[in-house]
Ligand binder design. Structure first.
Ligand SMILES: [Cu+2]
Length: 420
């Protein structure tokens, strides 16, 4: 696929209004599938410390809901082979031990050393198994973002990556996630995930002074300027300091407002991993209040996925905008973003947010009414609606192709995991 314009970023535009409605923190009582009741918040607190607690409450509701359903043999969730006995638990990076973190990054490095499955005639720049995922994402970018498949596609993509780490690189753990609410509170560079230590996901890029803004938007939509972060150059510390990014760029937003590409991005273009940690983006769009709002406000899947990705023209880039929190290359490239290993921790949290939202009305949100949208980016060009029968195919990254119907629950179909 070839794109000459910054179309990939046209989504992120509008005036910067972040007015929140007055919080109504009256809790509500919700009935679990086993008949027990629990008390949940109904609106996000503006106080991010309170909102952090609300997020934990919502997450533990989702855990309870999953456990209760798996324990109930008559439940729909019992379909497939998922049981409480083989349930995988995905955890937040900071709650992993040092050796668990090393095991994860070592497995990623292993995937980067294994030969690609993708034929070089299709993607000449795909040199490693890690690149198989990047190449698949580049090829499908315009049919997996702002589409009906967005959440399910990235759920399956991240799960298959986790499976490859386990089955091809001997990793014994599960996919960790990056809780944006935590880094919004601590600052990115102080967090265990991005402090640059040997047990982090590597940290910031080398500081480049005087970088201009990143400009999102364009293509007829109002621009959103994003300030550059506190890095900008190559990552020099931690597990990924020597890694090569092989593919892209395709639509890389760079300081000063330009968007750069290397043709279709599929050629071999080895370069260092760059980051530009941007607390401003994290704190503005993905603090605890934003995350809880994303879970509590939308009552249907259309509103949920648009809120999460940012309504074009609203000025809000949503919690998914965390790609601009990590910044750099390929972090700011919608096409090549899985080329930064942090992508999978970010999408782990996207998936966790969806999982929590689904748990609040489980049967409805994991069935046909849990899907909205079509097969093309903001339905451009127009395409048929995504349905339960729409097939997701990850190409040479991993198989088999699966139907949307099998991807809507994390404890049915091929999946058997929850988040702690
Ligand atoms: Cu993506």
């Amino acid at each position: 696929m070839r794109l000459n314009t910054p179309v990939a970023l046209c989504l992120l535009a509008g005036s910067l209004s972040n007015a929140l409605p007055a919080p109504q923190e009256n809790p509500t009582t919700t009935t679990l599938s086993d008949g027990a009741t629990t008390t949940l918040p109904t609106a996000a607190s503006k106080d991010t410390a309170v909102a952090s607690d609300q997020l934990e409450q919502l997450a533990s509701f989702a855990q309870d809901q999953a456990s209760a359903s798996l324990a109930d043999s008559s439940s729909k969730q019992k379909r497939g082979s998922c049981t409480l006995g083989n349930l995988a638990i995905r955890r937040e990076w900071g709650s992993l031990s040092a050796s668990e973190r090393k095991a994860y990054t070592n497995a990623v490095l292993c995937l980067q050393k294994k030969q690609a499955n993708t034929p070089s005639s299709l993607i000449p720049g795909a040199k490693s198994r890690f690149d198989d995922w990047v190449g698949t994402h580049i090829n499908q970018t315009m049919t997996i973002h702002y589409t009906g498949t967005f959440l399910a596609w990235h759920r399956y993509f991240t799960w298959q990556y986790e499976q490859a780490l386990r089955n091809e690189c001997g990793y014994k753990g599960y996919q960790p996630y990056w809780d944006w609410a935590k880094t919004a509170a601590t600052g990115l560079a102080n967090s265990p995930i991005l402090d640059g230590s040997d047990t982090s996901m590597s940290g910031n890029g080398e500081f480049i002074p005087g970088q201009g803004n990143i400009i999102l938007g364009g293509n007829g939509l109002p621009e959103i300027p994003i300030p550059a972060g506190t890095g900008g150059g190559c990552v020099t510390r931690g597990p990924f300091k020597d890694m090569n990014v092989n593919l892209g760029p395709v639509a890389l937003g760079v300081p000063g407002g330009d968007t750069i590409s290397n043709g279709d991005g599929l050629g071999y273009n080895p370069r260092c991993l760059k980051r530009d940690l941007t607390d401003w983006v994290n704190r503005r769009f993905a603090n605890a209040t934003s995350v809880v709002n994303t879970i509590l406000k939308p009552k249907d899947i259309y509103d949920f996925q648009m809120t999460l990705q940012g309504y074009p023209g609203s000025g809000d880039i949503g919690v998914h905008g965390g790609h601009y929190t990590m910044g750099g290359d390929p972090g700011r490239d919608l096409f090549v973003s899985p080329g930064d290993p942090l992508f999978y921790l970010h999408h782990g949290m996207i998936d966790r947010t969806w999982w929590i939202w689904q748990s609040l009305d489980y049967n409805k949100r994991t069935g046909a009414s849990g899907i909205a949208g079509t097969g093309t980016f903001l339905n451009t060009p127009p395409s048929p609606d995504t349905t339960l029968d729409t097939v997701i195919d990850l190409g040479y990254a991993a198989g088999p192709p699966v139907k949307m119907a099998d991807l809507l629950s994390t404890t049915e179909g091929p999946f058997c995991y929850i988040y702690l």
